[in-house]
Design a protein around this ligand. Structure first.
Ligand code: SF4
Ligand code: SF4
Length: 414
């Protein structure tokens, strides 16, 4: 393959491209293909595009860059692929290489720079926006994905309202935990943070919530803004490395997954930082994995209330990274009845900035998820990630309660 200068990251991924055997199995699991029926949306279609770009059969254009933007980065294609194509690596690399051509790149970059470089202004803007257009979870029909596609709760930013240290319920400290609340916890779903703190402190953990924490960089990584992402990643690693904690976790699986996986991707060519990340990663744990361990060790006991639930498997920690343990945890509580919905692994339509830049497709995909949940007869649709929750609440029209698995556990903990 000829080398195209703009495609430096993709060039390093040629092996992934050549693995594809054109079987088409990725079609059936791709939410954007299911919605539109357009082959260019599938992993196979995108791989073909990348091959043609590398062979200089095609010139990189805005239209091509936008095809890579119009992807939920759910990585269901990666899970199903019999040839083991790591689409996660391909799409992140393609977005980085084609970022400047993308029609939404400037807007995304501006938003990301603002978040990182001007925290005081950002927090002021957030507060004002929250007061003017913020949603009230008690009236979910008003949620939508926010006035300008940005779901902000009325009291944002939440970090300002949190203490820096929360002592364990029993006063005996068994573990010390560093908590990264994530942008979802800070901006959209503060209840996720409350639930995480309640469960961790009930299990004997002292929870440290550093006040200077910010975005982990996941949106910047996913949108190809790697220079900004690297700054955010280094800041996050430095901040949490300096804490004397047994482990680091987050109520948002997307953040945990960025710390555990994506940082390795963006620092692959920087030996020193990569080494540092590997040692940092050894302390990062997915919250559901931590909680499962606590439950098995009888550090968490739950009330045995009757609930009929169905569970949507959030993409982060289903298709990439460590698989979440919510289903296993819920199965341990005997009066919780799990009614399985079809396609529980299919993306809910959130996809981070996808819901902002592709609101119609995002809503249509989300509504299908609600319909599938309703068919099971469950009273509650449980999800693993705050992003999925806000997206699904916005289209649920009060027909079913949409809760985090974390929240139900926090309600039930003794
Ligand atoms: S499932 Fe994998 S091998 Fe099959 S067409 Fe899709 S990317 Fe290629
Ligand atoms: S990541 Fe998801 S939306 Fe994107 S191509 Fe793969 S299955 Fe389709």
């Amino acid at each position: 393959m000829k080398r195209t200068p703009q495609l430096n990251n993709i060039v390093k991924r040629v092996d992934e491209l050549t693995k594809c055997v054109n079987c088409g199995l990725c079609q059936a699991v791709c939410p954007t293909y299911i919605l539109e029926g357009y082959e260019g949306r599938t992993a196979r279609g995108k791989i073909e595009l990348l091959k043609r770009l590398l062979n200089s059969d095609l010139e990189p254009t805005t239209e091509i860059a936008d095809i890579f933007d119009d992807c939920l980065t759910c990585y269901a294609c990666q899970s199903v692929c019999p040839a083991g194509v790591k689409t996660e690596r391909l799409w992140i690399s393609a977005r980085e290489d084609l970022a400047k051509l993308s029609s939404t790149h400037k807007k995304k970059l501006r938003a990301i720079k603002w978040t990182f470089r001007k925290p005081v202004l950002f927090n002021f803007g957030l507060k004002t926006y929250g007061l003017l257009f913020g949603f009230n979870r008690e009236k979910p029909t008003k949620v939508e994905v926010g006035h300008y596609g940005l779901p902000v709760f009325r009291g944002a930013p939440y970090l300002k309202r949190l203490p820096e240290v929360v002592e364990p319920v029993s006063s005996k400290v068994v573990n010390t935990v560093g908590l990264l609340i994530g942008c979802s916890g800070n901006i959209s779903a503060p209840w996720a943070v409350d639930a995480a703190i309640k469960l961790l402190t009930s299990a004997g953990c002292e929870v440290i919530i550093p006040k200077t924490q910010g975005c982990c960089g996941a949106p910047a990584i996913n949108n190809g803004c790697w220079s900004e992402a690297k700054l955010m990643a280094i800041k996050t690693m430095e901040l949490f490395d300096n804490l004397k904690v047994d482990f680091i976790t987050s109520p948002d699986a997307t953040c945990t997954s960025a710390l555990q996986n994506d940082y390795g991707e963006i620092f692959q060519d920087e030996e020193e930082v990569f080494k540092r990340w590997k040692s940092f990663r050894s302390k990062v744990k997915q919250l559901s994995v931590v909680l499962e361990g606590f439950i098995r060790d009888k550090r968490l006991i739950f009330k045995n209330d009757n609930h009929k639930i169905t569970l949507h498997n959030s993409c982060h920690n289903t298709h990439i990274g460590e698989r979440s343990r919510w289903r296993e945890i819920l199965s341990m509580i005997s009066k919780i009845k799990i009614l399985e919905m079809p396609n529980a692994d299919l993306c809910c339509g959130f996809g981070g900035s996808y819901s902002i830049f592709h609101p119609r497709s995002s809503s249509s995909i989300a509504r299908k998820k609600i319909d599938a949940a309703l068919e099971t007869g469950a009273d509650i649709l449980l999800v693993g990630s705050p992003g999925c929750q806000v997206r699904l609440i916005s289209v649920a029209n009060n027909e079913i309660q949409v809760k985090l698995a974390l929240e139900l556990l926090a309600d039930l903990v003794k």
